[in-house]
Design a protein. Structure first.
Length: 399
């Protein structure tokens, strides 16, 4: 209680002193003329009363004005301190952000026009080289020719990928570079290709079914290069003619099987065929081989429509049932250099009449002309072929 009384007394004394100071200041200012108003001065309320008012009231009004300014700034910019000027953010002041799409790796197989406006093929990267996968923009260019360059994305073009032009309606308009070394399985399967006449730089290896079911295909030509084709490569295609000039040619099993419109096969150069390579080519009428080494697999020309088969300036062998059941075959000419026939090689060729056999032919199984009731053999006297005829009761004439 005593302490509280002391506080009250001290407060009253302080107030009394302030009142006395105010009275004394008022008495001093009564004999003075008021100061002249500054015509250029600007007052908060723009009135003369603000110049001659009570100092305490003026101080209070200035404090109130300052508080109002601070409050107004806080309301307008609640997150900016009133003591710091607020900078306007313009688009030029904002930091640039990177486009995340620029850092995203693009698929190398995306086709796009080159500098000349030509459409480039799609591709994938295999063993450091480009493998063509087709032209995704081909539908937009219905009459254009599509040339595959020797390089794509700085990589050499070495192959056509598996299924690359599978079913492509524009395949006939595709031009491949000589740098192509391989074509994958089904590369042109079911496509609109009309002619195969590709000439590689040195050699070409083609996968299985690569040209099978090509219903527009007419001509297959092989140049003086090395070609290796997989199984069923031209099966059930519409090829009419197969020609090779100086080629080293390897054809897989069933390579041209059921090519029902095939009419002629002319091979110059080395030829190796797998099993049933030209089997069931019923429209085939002429088969000729010349100037190379032959190795014809089992059933290579079984059940074909071939009327003549001629081997000229060749060496090699014919497998089992090689021309069996080709009941349209009438004439067979085999040159010096062919050394053996397989079992039943010409069995069932019911219309075979004239057969010319060389002295080099040393291996003739007794079954190789079974069920050939009209056949007559021509062979050098004393040759293995001549003795074969005598042993099997087949008419033979010396040549």
């Amino acid at each position: 209680m005593k302490r509280s009384a002391l506080y009250i007394i001290a407060f009253l004394c302080l107030m009394l002193m302030l009142i006395l100071v105010g009275i004394l200041l008022g008495m001093t200012d009564k004999g003075k003329a008021p100061p002249a108003a500054d015509p250029e001065a600007v007052y908060p309320d723009d009135t003369a009363d603000a110049q001659t008012g009570d100092p305490e009231e003026m101080l209070d009004s200035e404090l109130e004005a300052l508080l109002e300014d601070i409050q107004q700034q806080n309301e307008e910019n609640p997150h900016v301190s009133p003591s710091v000027p607020h900078a306007d953010l313009t688009p030029d002041d904002t930091p640039e952000t990177e486009n995340p799409q620029e850092d995203k790796l693009q698929e190398p197989a995306q086709s796009a026009p080159d500098a000349a406006g030509s459409v480039l093929p799609d591709y994938e990267v295999t063993d450091g080289a480009a493998a063509v996968t087709g032209f995704s923009q081909a539908d937009a260019e219905p009459d254009a020719a599509f040339a595959v360059p020797e390089t794509l994305g700085g990589l050499p073009v070495r192959s056509v990928a598996k299924y690359g032009f599978y079913g492509a309606k524009y395949a006939e308009r595709v031009q491949l570079p000589a740098s192509i070394e391989t074509m994958g399985d089904y590369a042109f399967n079911g496509s609109s290709l009309q002619t195969f006449a590709f000439v590689p730089e040195t050699a070409l290896t083609v996968g299985n079914f690569a040209f099978a079911d090509c219903k527009a295909l007419e001509t297959v030509r092989f140049a003086d290069r090395t070609y290796t084709f997989g199984d069923y490569c031209f099966e059930d295609s519409t090829a009419v003619s197969v020609k090779a000039e100086g080629s080293a040619l390897t054809l897989g099993d069933f390579c041209f099987k059921d090519a029902g419109q095939l009419e002629e096969v002319q091979i110059s150069g080395n030829l190796t065929t797998g099993e049933s390579c030209f089997r069931n080519c019923e429209s085939l009428s002429e088969v000729t081989f010349s100037g190379g080494t032959l190795s014809l697999g089992d059933c290579s020309f079984q059940n074909t429509g071939a009327r003549t088969a001629a081997f000229t300036d060749c060496t090699g062998t014919l497998g089992a049932e090689c021309f069996a059941d080709s009941d349209r075959l009438r004439k067979l000419t085999v040159c010096e250099g062919i050394t053996s026939f397989g079992d039943y090689a010409f069995a069932g060729c019911k219309n075979l009449r004239e057969v010319y056999l060389p002295a080099s032919l040393s291996d003739l199984p007794d079954t190789c002309f079974s069920d050939c009731p009209n056949v007559v053999l021509h062979a050098p006297a004393g040759s293995a072929a001549y003795q074969f005829a005598e042993r099997n009761g087949i008419p033979v004439r010396e040549m």
